[in-house]
Ligand binder design. Structure first.
Ligand code: GLU
Length: 394
């Protein structure tokens, strides 16, 4: 008998986390798995951030924090938004949460009603659709392909909007494609959104610093959209702090207040030590993390080069994040080493079993022709992984 709620029964498992768990399980069985499934920097958290955390422990930061975060942290977030994004926020517009994932969930929970529609430019991060579903909204994918560098057009956006549309999730640089929208592309999409004043925008900028080309733009920079944009960010990706779990929003004050109310009933304030460490991270000049970005860029080039040597795999050149999202649909309907590959999930499973390389199927991201490869791994591991994949596909 299934005694669980309909809510959890209908919730899909996070495919990124499921692949990470599978990788751990296979390794525990003694298998030599190269994990390229999780979007997680393989660097250590920089020393100056660790020092700030140690200092916070020694200074006896051990009590509950304000639900929306320490004032000093919210001020640091405002300074960061101004310095990096030219965005004007005041501390009462900031809410600090246990990871950007909670920030996004808060916003969805406070804005969405049953029956509201959410737009997801595809490919999109796995949890957007699940979070929208948890908030009892429905979601609509706006498809794109490798031919358009996985970006949607203003016309597609216009066509997808209905009177029920309440929220759009926007993510640039994008997980899983690595694509980054230019300022002109933002402005063109904004022109459409300006015509629909009831639509809110979640602008997820968690990969902003993992950026190889040009500047990042933000929806909240556009005056007409500022009052209905929620800017999401966090320290996980840029500062190699995934496990520290600190995300934050900049939003209209009434939305920030609602998120604080929601969070106050579910988790309260984020871990106090991680918050103090985050002040040090955000106040540091961006140049302090450039070595990681340079390394990611060089790995991107290596991975693209090696993928291009494999017949049937189609790539583009992503200009941000640490993912490549090759189109592998050439293999659909083919039998390789007695295994019939019917879709991207079959392909990812085949690669896992034959090559012992963990990736994530594009199905999870609303892009069924692709797989996601995270290159947040050492160069040696990446070279070995690509050699194994090539061999498995011969
Ligand atoms: N955001 C990362 C990823 O896409 C971490 C895992 C997750 O939370 O989905 O791999």
């Amino acid at each position: 008998m299934n005694l669980l709620s309909d809510r959890i029964n209908s919730l899909p498992i996070s495919q990124t986390l499921a692949m990470a768990a599978k990788t751990r399980e296979l390794r525990a069985q003694g298998k030599d798995i190269i994990g390229l499934s999780l979007g997680e920097p393989d660097f250590n958290t920089p020393e100056f951030i660790k020092d700030a955390a140690i200092q916070a422990i020694n200074d006896n930061y051990n009590s509950y924090t304000p639900v929306d975060g320490y004032d000093e942290l919210k001020e640091a977030v405002c300074r960061k938004f101004k310095r990096d994004n030219n965005l004007n926020y005041t501390p009462n517009q900031i809410v600090v949460s246990t990871g950007a994932k909670q920030s996004i969930a808060n916003v969805a929970m406070v804005l969405l009603n049953p029956g509201d529609e959410v737009l997801l430019p595809a490919p999109y991060w796995v949890s957007y659709s699940a979070i929208a579903t948890l908030a009892e909204a429905t979601y609509k994918e706006i498809p794109s392909s490798i031919e358009t560098n996985f970006k949607i057009t203003p016309q597609q956006l216009e066509n997808a909007i209905t009177p029920k549309t309440k929220l759009i999730f926007f993510n640039s640089p994008n997980n899983p494609s690595g694509s980054k929208y230019t300022e002109e592309e933002y402005l063109a999409l904004a022109k459409v959104l300006e015509k629909h004043p009831n639509i809110f925008i979640i602008s997820d900028e968690i990969y902003e610093h993992i950026n190889y080309e040009g500047e990042n733009f933000s929806f909240a920079r556009i005056e007409s959209l500022y009052n209905r944009t929620i800017t999401i960010n966090g320290v996980a990706k840029a500062f190699a702090m995934t496990g520290w779990r600190v995300g934050y929003i900049g939003a209209p004050e009434w939305i920030a207040k609602a998120c604080t109310k929601m969070q106050g009933q579910i988790t309260s304030g984020t871990n106090c030590i991680a918050q103090r460490a985050t002040i040090a991270a955000l106040d540091a000049p961006v140049s302090k993390i450039q070595y990681m970005v340079d390394e990611f860029k060089s790995r991107r080039d290596i991975v693209i080069g090696l993928l291009n040597e494999i017949e049937g795999i189609k790539t583009n050149t992503p200009n941000g994040a640490f993912y490549v999202f090759p189109d592998i649909s050439h293999f659909f309907g083919k039998t390789i080493n007695d295994t019939l590959i019917q879709n991207a999930s079959d392909f990812a499973l085949y690669i896992l079993e034959q090559a012992h390389v963990a990736t994530v199927t594009g199905d999870a991201f609303g892009a069924p022709n692709c797989i996601r490869i995270s290159y947040a791994a050492s160069e040696a591991q990446l070279r070995e992984a690509l050699a194994r994949i090539k061999k498995a596909l011969l």
